[in-house]
Design a protein around this ligand. Structure first.
Ligand SMILES: C[S@@+](CC[C@H](N)C(=O)[O-])C[C@H]1O[C@@H](n2cnc3c(N)ncnc32)[C@H](O)[C@@H]1O
Length: 223
């Protein structure tokens, strides 16, 4: 199911023009992007990173959350997707948004981050564990990571949809429907929470980077 990083880059370079239409056709629930950004808990002046920012549909929301004194960073492996994000920034005159092309696993933000967002991107990255670890390294203690994405609904419905999901993803946005990002986030963070939408076919989850002395929610504190 997992594709190699170069194949993913080429796929997104090709679908850059169609990506936002594809997302709309996949019934992304109304208000889910807003909820994801809200769950990062950003304050004016904060620094935030979107990993796999694509054509930039979240950049305006992130910018509103950090205000003119904050900064939004975006990284994406696809030049084709970033062309649209850059045009959006230019059109809106956003000076405090910096976009970089490259693999998120190698991205280094120029300053410590207060929050990070994976929006429809985590399970397109075959090395998502490495990307998550790198993101956590760059977050200040207490800073939040939010993951928002589609998933299989639970039970029988999910098992019925799985073959169609795999067929569709292979032809469009790629990714691996068997990946369970919420489990990865819960095991690496504190303060974990998750909300599902549209009968469990979309979710948003969040967790905070442990401060000194905290253990991630997934750790057993023992007797
Ligand atoms: C489905 S799109 C989501 C775009 C955007 N975040 C949104 O919410 O619409 C997934 C994005 O992840 C990017 N991506 C995939 N693998 C990546 C990697 N290893 N490093 C950086 N970006 C990556 C793709 O190029 C694509 O733009």
């Amino acid at each position: 199911m997992d594709d190699d990083v170069d194949f993913i880059r080429r796929r997104y370079d090709r679908i850059g023009n169609l990506h936002d239409l594809i997302v709309r056709l996949l019934f992304l629930p109304f208000g889910l992007r807003e909820r994801a950004v809200e769950w990062i808990g950003l304050r004016p002046g904060d620094r935030v990173l979107e990993i796999g920012c694509g054509t930039g549909p979240n950049l305006g929301l992130l910018r509103d959350a950090v205000g003119p004194g904050g900064h939004v960073y975006g990284v994406d492996i696809s030049a084709g997707m970033l062309t649209h994000a850059r045009a959006l920034c230019t059109r809106n005159g956003w000076r405090n948004v910096s976009l970089s092309q490259g693999d998120a696993a190698a991205y280094a933000a120029p300053e410590p981050l207060d929050g990070a967002l994976f929006s429809l991107s985590y399970n397109t990255m075959p090395h998502h564990r490495a990307v998550l670890a790198r993101t956590l390294d760059q977050l200040r203690p207490g800073g939040r990571i939010v993951v928002m994405d589609a998933k299989l609904p639970p039970g029988f419905a999910g098992r019925c949809i799985l073959p169609f999901s795999i067929w569709l993803m292979k032809r469009t946005v790629l990714g691996n429907p068997h990946v369970r990002p919420w489990e990865h986030l819960a095991s690496a963070t504190t303060d974990f929470a998750m909300q599902e939408r549209l009968f469990g076919s979309y979710y948003v989850c969040r967790g905070s980077k442990p401060r000194a002395g905290d253990l991630p929610d997934g750790c057993d504190r023992g007797a």
